[in-house]
Write a new protein. Structure first.
Length: 229
């Protein structure tokens, strides 16, 4: 006996498999855990980075970087740690450590920073930063980071540019997706579909993805129920 899956049931299977594939990188990452010894070492390096920022020591921070990284972000680091502004407090917290490969490690953390500059006192908390380090024969070298972006006083223009546009974009996409999802539910209820209950489960619980599947694979296969006069 040959078993055949209906289109909505097959679609549900596809959605479940997609979620499993999305979780696959997390399962792979778990195999690259940092040893307890290296975690303590990386923690001490994060403490040193905090001290470099608090002491406004741009030279020391740049010496800890690879020549390529120092050339790329050196001007930003010197500007951020220049005498024109003062770093009052800087803290890397919620640290997470991961091993990229045999030579490279990554520190992800949120940061708190408080400073004083020409524009007055400012502070930022809760945003994320990262540092990638390469293990050498004598010491570790910073090969990549966006730490320099955390050291500048945030401006209204930057906040609007970084968050405002994205916020409006996500809201617009969310509203459009919700509207499309509701439209597909209404359309589904109007049609004569033998296995309608499976389609309803797919569209409601798989959300926008389920609505897309119904739109492209099921919608045009079934007629709309005639309305009685």
């Amino acid at each position: 006996m040959q078993m055949r899956l209906s289109v909505p049931l097959l679609s549900i299977v596809v959605v479940v498999c997609s979620f499993v594939l999305l979780l696959a990188p997390s399962l792979t990452k778990a195999q690259m855990e940092v040893t307890e010894e290296y975690e303590g070492y990386l923690n001490s390096l994060a403490d040193e980075i905090e001290e470099m920022v608090l002491y406004m020591d741009a030279d020391y921070l740049l010496e800890a970087m690879s020549p390529e990284l120092a050339e790329r972000i050196g001007a930003d680091v010197r500007e951020a740690l220049s005498p024109e502004q003062e770093i009052i407090d800087f803290n890397l917290y919620g640290r997470a450590f991961s091993k990229i490969d045999e030579m490279h490690y990554r520190i992800d953390a949120k940061y708190l920073i408080e400073g004083r500059g020409i524009g007055g006192t400012w502070s930022t908390q809760g945003l994320s930063t990262y540092v990638v380090l390469e293990d050498g024969p004598e010491y570790m070298t910073i090969t990549d980071t966006d730490l320099q972006e955390a050291l500048f006083m945030p401006s209204v223009e930057n906040i609007l540019e970084d968050f405002g546009v994205l916020l409006y974009l996500f809201v617009a996409i969310g509203l459009a997706g919700t509207g499309f999802w509701i439209w597909m539910i209404v359309d589904l209820m109007k049609r004569e579909i033998p296995d309608k209950i499976l389609w309803i489960i797919l569209v409601i619980f798989a959300g926008f993805i389920g609505a897309l599947i119904y739109f492209f694979t099921g919608r045009n296969k079934y007629p709309i129920k005639p309305t009685s006069l």
